[in-house]
Write a protein of this length. Sequence first.
Lengths: 288, 350, 287
Amino acid sequence: MAVAAATTTSGARPSRAGRLRPPAWIGTVPFLGYVGVFLLLPTGIVVWNAIRNPAGHLDLASLKLIFNPNVRSFFTGSIELSAVSSVVGAVLGAFLAYAVASGNPDGVVRRLYIAGSGVLTQAGGVTLAFAFNAAIGPSTGFLMHAGWYYNFPAGIALIYIYFQIPLMVLVFLPAIDGLKVQWREATESLGGSTFQYWRHVGIPLLFPAFIGATLLLFANALSAYATIQAWENQIAYTVPQQIYVAISSEVGLASNEGDVLAVGMVVLVAILMVAYAMLQRRAARWLR
Amino acid sequence: MEGLRRHYGQVVALDGVDLTLQPGELVALLGPSGCGKTTTLRLLAGLEDADGGTITVAGRDVSRLPASKRDMGMVFQAYSLFPHMTVRQNVAFGLRLRKVSKEDRDRRALQMLELVGLTEQADRYASQISGGQQQRVALARALAIEPKVLLLDEPLSALDAKVRAQLRDQIRRIQLELGITTLFVTHDQEEALAIADRVGVMREGRIEQLAPPTEVYSRPATSFVAEFVGLTNRLPGTVSSGKVTALGRTLPLVDPGTPDGPAVALVRPEAVTLASGAGQADGSPLSGTVIAITFLGATSRVTVHVGDLTIMAQLSTSDASALTAGSQVTLAIRPDPVLVSADKVAASEE
Amino acid sequence: MAAIGSLGDSLSVVQPAGQPAGQQGMQGGRRRRLNLFRYAMFTIFGLFFLLPLVAMVRFSLEGTKPGSFSTSAWTQIGSTPGLLSAIEITLELVVLTCVVVLVLLVPTMIWIRLRVQWIARIFEFLCVLPLAIPAIVLVVGLVPVYNRIERTTVSPLQLFWVYVILALPYAYRSLSAGLTAIDAVTLAEAARSLGASWATVILRVIVPNMWQGILNALLLTSALVLGEFTIAEILNYSTLPVALFNISRATANAGVLFSTSTAALLFAFILLLILSYAGRRLQRNRA
């Protein structure tokens, strides 16, 4: 009795009763429809509006808005903030990740830190800004009154770093786990010191994963909105903040500045994600 | 190595191990998982610290010396090649750590690759070569630094059977050619017997016997060794005045001083001979029925029921071809000295 | 907060599969140095992460005079206008989003994995796409969509439509890891060869074995919804983060901000611990 080879059907097949059964992929239609309406459609709307002029005709000139010096300052601000928070977050996070990875794989500490990282990195919303305000705000800080708290990017970068480090731990931990203990021992038995191990083996192997993770952190920071709004929403420093201004003000509603900024952001983030994916693949080849 | 002790929390891994390697000899440590053979190797390598005992190399006490200063070459079971380096770079790595110039490094690396027969793969990466080739590279890498001792931790266990046999012989050949003192850990007794100058059978943190392969096989020191190395028939019998009587036959004992009483005689399948026919010419009760014949190539193993005992005999395949399942046979046991185990007759430890 | 690539992976595989740099077979001196390093790291980072939280808790317990103790911040949670309803809305959104995510993804993913494998890559791409389209961008295009929705219902709960999208990458990763871990295809083939219908296969064979992945997905989705601010604010719905934000704009350091935030954080953390613990029990049972 033949076993039903059930896994590769596509296209209609006649059933025993002679009726056509619908093809299996029909089962994915609800999902595709949902994603179409709530993800692809809005994105399409944004792009559509970005390449139109106020009269509604196709006009790529709108995109030139990005090169407008005012607008450019938002991108610069975003990039500056994201670069600082992602690089610092990545380096610090890497050390922390190593500390977590080199412990008992079953232990309480590891589990606690991973759980904590999951919470802290998502908690980087408005609540985080409040907490930092409470801790080091210039007028009411509990630990200190940091005069630089409302400086850009110093104060907000610190807050970003707070949720970037846990993200780094989560993303980079698998890479460190992938460093096989045999490599370390082989280096040792060949006469290598700890420093030589890291220099010739550890760091080169971790490098792609590290850069990839940093890019991920960078994209994460670029997209962040809630935290910086809660920190200071009177002045727009970053692109997300300016998008808010653009779509909620009178002037903004008439122009398509918000859409153009949004498109700029998406392009930037998309490039980062592609680079990240490529680096991940390289890292996985060595470290899995 | 003397009096080596090691424990992990409550678990005792090594319980007083004494082992001396003569220059140029290959000693194989053989035993089941958890017996401590790998721990012994790692202590020698310096990858772990002993809780007791000393380790001396060429007269120098290295017990406190870290692995990187012990000048030993190590080959791991698997995964030890650096994935981001080519074969050549892997082999030259030890020399690079010692600040040897690039020219000299490459020259020596190629020399080593020639030794293991992999010069063509020099510029490939670990993921591009087979498991057996990877282990040869690992060997080349360990030898490139001209270590005093070569340590192999189950290097063949992760490989296919055919590759295993080839590589095993190659390792032995290289070891003899270079005359390098070697410690080889394995759980495969065939491997150990085939290539070692001496075999150390270990169990639960102690060495039960340390002797050349032929001795370990034909004159096992303990019943554990007898049963771990090669196949053994367990025949219930009685010891009296320095001989054991089992299945109606009286056999001399390896240890004539064994106290009288019931015991289990350990008899190798090769010592059992079969003749077809149920005739009991000399009246001895050794008649049985063949239940299975296992073809092993040049020899065959014939399993026979005698009463309620199951006995294995090893015959040449041509002799065995005369028999079929169900036929009646007469057994005889060669009067070689046997070992007895004092375990209860019915018990059979697995 | 978008872009958490392997968050789902990391949470659903708390224990590494291969040979991590554990400490069992290590040389004494090196182990000592390593432990020193580890404890130094944990202390430093522990402090860094705890301090703002401590400050938050402290502020939530402070009275009108600095240094005095008072639980008014906590009781105010009930009395501040709009706050309780915002909390309620957010919690309802959490549940709603979680349910829809599961209903949408679990059957679809199982179906794809078992019957329509060629779609898998497109599906994965779509699920990960939200990471590349930040919420702030998405919301710009959502305004007209939600305008349409608001013609029929004006309720913050309608946010769930887009929250599901935001949760897709994380939920997908968790569920996918769960499906792979149990080798769903082989299980399904075995069940089918024993005569089970597709419904039985999905409901009685696959899903019960997927609890780990499902729990992970739920947890990540909940954390996301609890903290989501961007879309809710711009679309003008009053969820918890939005309410807190508005309060903070009115009174810079209102005590109630800190008490609510502390509560929310605690809630999320407890959820995570439960999940991690439940995950370990499931793993033990199965192994």
